[in-house]
Structures are given as C-alpha cells and as structure tokens.
Design a protein. Structure first.
Length: 432
C-alpha cells in the first residue's frame, strides 16, 4: 500500500478480475478524502476476454488512512457519470468447450487448450474474439438474447437499435464504449446484437461493484453470496472448500440500483487500509437484474470516504436516497411525529426515535440472502432475530438487488441501537 496520503486520489488502473490483499494498490487517500475514478464497462467485456480471472474489471484497491480490520468504511457517492455513448447487453449463452469449472473464471481455448489465452479481435460478431496462438473462437460467452443501446447526449435515455446501428457501433466499439486507456477488455459492442429494436429506456446510472478488499483473493464478480456459490468445490485456483469459506466475502458485487449519487455505503474493513475498489457501472437496471446482466458502461465516479472505528460488520450497510426507501421505512415527518407523540401519551408509552438503514444480505437464493441479512442485523445490534423480523415487517421490508441472491433489508432502527454501535451520527447526517 502506498505511503503517500492524498486528499484527492484519481484512479485509472484496474485488476484482471481479482480482488485481494496481494493485488497492486492504486494509492492511499486521507480519512475524509475524495476518490475519483474512471472505470471501464464492468461485466460483458471481461466476460468475453479470456485472459480475465473474474467477470469484472474494477479499480486496483485504494487504501484509506486509519482504516484497520474491525473498522468500517463510509463511502459517500457524490457522482456517477456515464461516458459511453452505447453498450450491448442481454441474457448470456455459455460455450461449454471454452471453460472448465466456471465460464467467468476458468477460461481455456477450445482448440489448443491454452489457459486464460491471450486473444485478438478479428472483425465483428460473436466469433470475433480469437485465440492469439491458434486462431480459434476463444470466448466463453455469447448472447442467448441480446440488444444494443445507444444513449442521448445527456445520458437521460437510451434506445435499442437495429442491425444497421449495431453494426456501425461494432466497427467503432472501443471508442463508443469509451474504454479508458488502461483497460484490458474487449468491448462487448463488437458482438453487435440487434434484437428488440426501438425500445426506449430511462437511464439512472449507478455502481454495480463497489466494496472493500476481502482478506483472501476472490474473483471480483464472485465477491457475493450468490455468485460465490460457484467457487465452492471448484478445482481452479480460487475454489473454496465449503460455505464457511465464503464468509470471507465483503459483498462488493451488489448490483443494487440504489447505489447511486446521493447514497452512502458502509463497508466492512478486513485488511489494513480497507482496499476500496470500484467498477461495473450501469446506465440503468430494473430491480433484480432479471437478465443477470444490464447496460454496462464506462464512466466516472466521485466518492468521499471516512472511517468509523471499531464498527465490526459482516457485510455492507446501505443508506439509500430517501426517495429509494420503501414508504413505511422512510424517516418520520414532523406531522407524523406529532400524531405519534399524542398517541404514545394516550397509551402511556415512549415514542421511539428511529432512522432507516438497509442491511445487505447475500446467499444462494433470495431466501438465503434474506436470512443472511437477518443474521447480520441481529449480530450487529445484539438483539433477537424475532425483533429484527418484527421491525422489518412493521417499519421496513426486503427488496431484491439481484437474482438469485442479493437483498436490501430495510428497517427503521431505534436511535439507541444505532448509538450503541457507532452508527447514529452517520445515519442522522444522511437523513437530517
């Protein structure tokens, strides 16, 4: 980790799909400092680039002054700017002969057998990614159903294009996707899918993969409880023995469309310096990311970071914009508090001051992810699971970030519980 501490740190260097304590670090930012990133499109490009060891291309880990294991890192998301003018996406089809245990990680040339082969681009279309040694189509993925989206100048909407538009964008794929200079991926626009032309969609950019470095090396796309299941029993270098080994994850791969400008993410710190990383920006996405993929784009982010000492988290906490909270989990209005105070006096109880948080849970399924969130909330606040379930039913709820297994468990949390773990100031500042 870099010794020099920057008040503002600009990061434009990336990993080949892995996160872990032995990765080369991007530098160190001050506690209270600002991070600016310029990241390449996150998912489809790395997926079709066989030299990658994970499904994303994220920044090298960023050190934060004063962050030590057992602390938490607060990340305020100030801005997310889309720089791509177009992208391609859809649902995926796997090419079984181009990988071993896992098509995101365990790449091999289907003809010469080279592992993680270097590749070259030959033309456009789904057979354009060729092994540099033997010339075979070496990519692990194609489209089951795919489409190409072009954005307006303000990045407010996008429209799916037809065959002519998709081919035009494919011929200038790297420029249209606006890949940063240090990116190593092949641009997915090369595949030129053209199904579903003429569909207009609203853009609402957010960060799909943002988190802290786990204390063991993991593929960046598998640093979550659902995608991480594919590591269990795998024979490649990042295989895990059992579900317990997956507890090393820090759940950076969230794909929650609420991780957008104005939101605050609170992340566990497992290694000295925290090792924050950022990538996989999306132009838009419906809840659940139902195709498992969405509009991956290059873009810029601006983040402010600060350390909370001795807040030992098992997973992230999200403080979304108030407009993104479920209605019953939003902070009380003054009128609601006045009515509540009168009702409390009538029934001789004390009105509980509370503020919203979202506990992130992940697991093999949505049910497993929800149970994981219950467990994390119960452990964090030292209360029974029954109380967590009751408060989330009466003043909260569960939302799906990604199928098959990442959720956001909303709860209006009593201020005294937030104070007991050192979260009250951060949450109160967020929701005034």
């Amino acid at each position: 980790m870099s010794e020099q501490i920057h008040d503002i740190l600009e990061v434009d260097a990336f990993t080949p799909g892995l996160v872990g304590p032995d990765r080369e670090w991007a530098g160190t930012v001050a506690d209270g400092g600002t991070i600016k990133t310029h990241t390449p499109a996150g998912c489809w490009g790395p997926m079709i680039t066989p030299s990658f060891r994970g499904g994303h291309e994220v920044t090298r880990p960023i050190g934060v002054e004063n962050a030590e294991p057992g602390d938490a890192l607060v990340v305020h998301i100030n801005d997310v700017e889309v720089t791509s003018i177009a992208t391609s996406t859809g649902s995926m089809a796997e090419r079984d002969d181009a990988f071993g245990d896992d098509p995101f990680i365990d790449h091999q040339c289907p003809e010469c057998g080279a592992e993680w082969p270097e590749t070259v681009v030959d033309g456009t279309g789904e057979d354009a990614i060729r092994c540099a040694e033997c010339g075979a189509n070496a990519s692990s993925f194609g489209f089951e159903y795919g489409y190409t989206v072009a954005f307006d100048d303000d990045r407010s909407v996008g429209i799916t294009v037809g065959e002519e538009g998709a081919h035009d964008l494919a011929t200038r794929a790297e420029e249209a996707l606006a890949l940063p200079e240090n990116s190593q991926q092949h641009p997915i626009l090369l595949y030129e899918p053209d199904e579903m032309p003429g569909a207009l969609g609203r853009l609402a950019p957010f960060i799909g993969n943002i988190g802290t470095t786990p204390h063991v090396e993991l593929p960046d796309s598998h640093n979550a409880g659902d995608f991480g299941q594919f590591l269990i029993g795998a024979e490649h270098d990042w295989g895990l023995t059992d579900e317990t080994a997956l507890e090393a994850r820090t759940d950076g791969h969230l794909d929650s469309n609420d991780v957008r400008p104005g939101a605050t993410l609170i992340c566990p710190v497992q290694v000295e310096g925290a090792g924050l990383y950022v990538g996989d920006l999306h132009a838009n996405q419906g809840d659940g990311e139902l195709s498992l993929h969405t509009t991956d784009v290059s873009g810029r982010t601006e983040l402010e970071v600060e350390v909370i000492k001795d807040l030992d988290l098992d997973g992230p906490i999200l403080l979304p914009n108030e407009t993104d909270l479920p209605h019953i989990a939003k902070p009380y209005t003054d009128d609601e508090r006045d009515v509540g105070a009168n009702l409390a006096a009538e029934y001789n109880v004390d009105l509980t001051d509370a503020a919203p948080i979202q506990i992130i849970g992940s697991g093999a399924t949505i049910n497993d992810a929800t149970q994981n969130a219950f467990n994390r909330a119960s452990k964090l606040f030292g209360v029974d699971e029954g109380e967590i379930r009751a408060r989330c039913t009466f003043t909260g709820g569960v939302e799906i970030a990604r199928l098959p297994g990442v959720v956001q468990l909303s709860m209006l949390t009593p201020i005294d519980l937030l104070e007991s773990v050192g979260l009250a100031e951060t949450v109160s500042n967020k929701y005034d």
